[in-house]
Design a protein around this ligand. Structure first.
Ligand code: ADP
Ligand code: GLC
Length: 491
């Protein structure tokens, strides 16, 4: 029973949470969902690792009683963790930071180190221990991605019969099925499962010499969500299921898609804290002014009238960057266009953008790295925004783009299909340019289509207005999660 009737208490586990730690959309989603649940009167408590990059002093993080130097034995490894309590900046949500320097004091949030699985098994176990120690009885334990996907399995063991979890129901949200947390079966002891519960592990995987964290979440969570309705269908197919499609189909009734929201406190050109000039649908002159300043800042020498295409992305195969290899040089050679890209990741993609900068001097800018302010500038200054993803569970930047009057050019997949409607010039309906096939010519067609529309001021203004009036706010989305929590918990 939750403390407030009708308002399930939620324990949210996330390996990254904005604004504390972020590599991608999971951080935005975890931070925003917690914030809106809290604002809705839910007892929501957020757990996340205390990475070296998090400034504990600035957060005013304090030790939680009874949770200092707690021993944790996982296989041959002995750790000690502490839990620090704080509130999420700007949101007053209670956050519990799992402090274990041996595991989290590394150069990046995620690593390719041999103990990567241990880092997140330890995080999951520490969070469960913290609930027990503080007497927090969540109605819902909501875990995210492979990092915390063992939590539902743990609740099937003796741990789950513990008083605080006796009535807890579990939700697994799959943000990215491309990362499954696979490690060698020889390291099974690292899970520290009681021998009597070892049968819960996926036996065929074990026999094949591996353990797949995400698969266990899919097997044991009471409900599974992914971050768009279209992607919920996609991951049940071999094309998108990445080997988990049969497990997902078997859990069909428990699987649903809830589109991510946008935190318009952070992403709205009317009040964006990173921008010196603000604008809205009625005052687009501000956008033109920001574009002029942006061109100067990034040393792009094209005239302000030349359309600017923005890219802000992790540079990974998922994002379809290789479609740009063929399409971007062709379109840049053929017609007026400038490109501003920001991102880091695989070397071949970084090299591609660096090469484009040299090939089209003054027309292409590329910043390799992670730069929050620049990501807001690109959203505001660009005319188009490119997301030709191979797969995209939801995607946030296309929704940010809509609000910024920046026309998204996207492939029809996952959340891109659910949030951008192809513009129909005859009826004036639609919010972006959407293409189907995952190949260079399809992206080239989409770019040409967008640039042709951009050359027609009345059509372009209509397209921008349509996009800017869309509402993907978290206020609405949170309701879908709450409805799911209520169905599961009976709260
Ligand atoms: P994913 O989670 O797959 O990376 P999303 O579109 O859901 O994709 O979310 C990406 C988030 O990360 C967005 O908020 C985007 O602005 C941000 N982002 C991605 N790359 C960078 C970067 N290089 N600098 C700043 N922000 C970035
Ligand atoms: C991911 C997906 C992205 C999604 C984000 C947050 O990593 O790639 O599409 O928006 O998680 O759910």
């Amino acid at each position: 029973m939750s403390a407030s009737p009708g308002k399930p208490a939620v324990c949210l586990l996330a390996s990254e949470v904005a604004p504390l730690s972020k590599t991608g959309g999971l951080a935005d989603v975890a931070g925003a969902l917690a914030k809106y649940l809290h604002a809705g009167g839910h007892d929501v408590r957020l757990f996340t690792p205390l990475y070296a990059s998090i400034d504990r002093a600035a957060l005013g993080a304090r030790p939680v009683a009874g949770l200092t130097d707690v021993p944790l034995v996982l296989g041959q490894q002995r750790y000690e963790f502490s839990v620090l309590g704080a509130t999420l900046p700007g949101a007053a949500v209670p956050v519990y930071l799992i402090d274990c320097p041996a595991l989290y004091a590394r150069a990046s949030l995620y690593t390719a180190d041999p103990d990567e699985h241990l880092r997140f098994i330890a995080f999951t176990r520490a969070a469960l221990t913290a609930c027990q120690q503080t007497g927090f009885r969540p109605d819902i334990l909501h875990c995210n991605d492979w990092h915390t996907a063992f939590a539902p399995l743990y609740l099937r063991t003796g741990l789950g019969r513990d008083g605080v979890f006796a009535a807890t129901r579990t939700v697994l949200t799959i943000h990215n099925i491309g990362y499954q947390g696979i490690f060698p079966a020889a390291e099974v002891a690292d899970l520290a499962l009681p021998p009597a519960d070892a049968y819960l592990l996926h036996q065929a995987d074990l026999a094949a010499g591996r353990i797949n964290a995400l698969r266990h979440g899919i097997l044991y969570a009471d409900a599974i969500t992914t971050v768009s309705p279209t992607h919920a269908h996609e991951i049940c197919t071999p094309e998108y299921g990445m080997g988990l499609e049969a497990d997902l189909r078997a859990r069909g009734a428990a699987l649903s898609g809830i589109l991510n929201g946008v935190d318009y406190d952070e992403w709205d050109p009317r009040r964006d804290r990173f921008l010196p000039v603000h604008y809205g649908p009625q005052r687009l002159a501000g956008k033109a002014e920001l574009k002029r300043r942006f061109l100067a800042r990034t040393r792009l020498t094209t005239a302000p009238e030349v359309p600017l295409a923005g890219i802000v992305s992790r540079l990974a195969a998922q994002k379809g960057i290789e479609l740009m290899f063929e399409a971007l040089p062709k379109v840049l050679a053929a017609r007026p266009l400038a490109v501003a890209a920001l991102g880091s990741g695989e070397a071949k993609y970084e090299q591609f953008f660096a090469g484009l900068v040299s090939a089209f001097p003054g027309r292409v800018s590329f910043e390799a790295g992670y730069d929050e302010a620049q990501s807001h500038w690109i959203e505001a200054a660009s005319d188009l925004f490119l997301m030709p993803s191979r797969y995209e569970p939801c995607g946030l930047n296309q929704m940010y783009s809509l609000r910024y009057g920046t026309v998204p050019v996207v492939r029809r997949t996952g959340g891109l299909a659910d949030s951008v409607e192809h513009y129909d010039a005859a009826s004036g309906r639609g919010t972006g340019v959407v293409f189907n096939d995952f190949d260079g010519p399809a992206l080239e067609w989409a770019l040409d289509t967008a640039l042709d529309l951009n050359a027609q001021p009345a059509q372009w203004a209509q397209l921008q207005r349509n996009g800017m009036s869309q509402d993907f706010s978290w206020e609405r989305r949170t309701g879908e999660y709450v409805a799911l929590y209520r169905r599961l918990s009976g709260a």
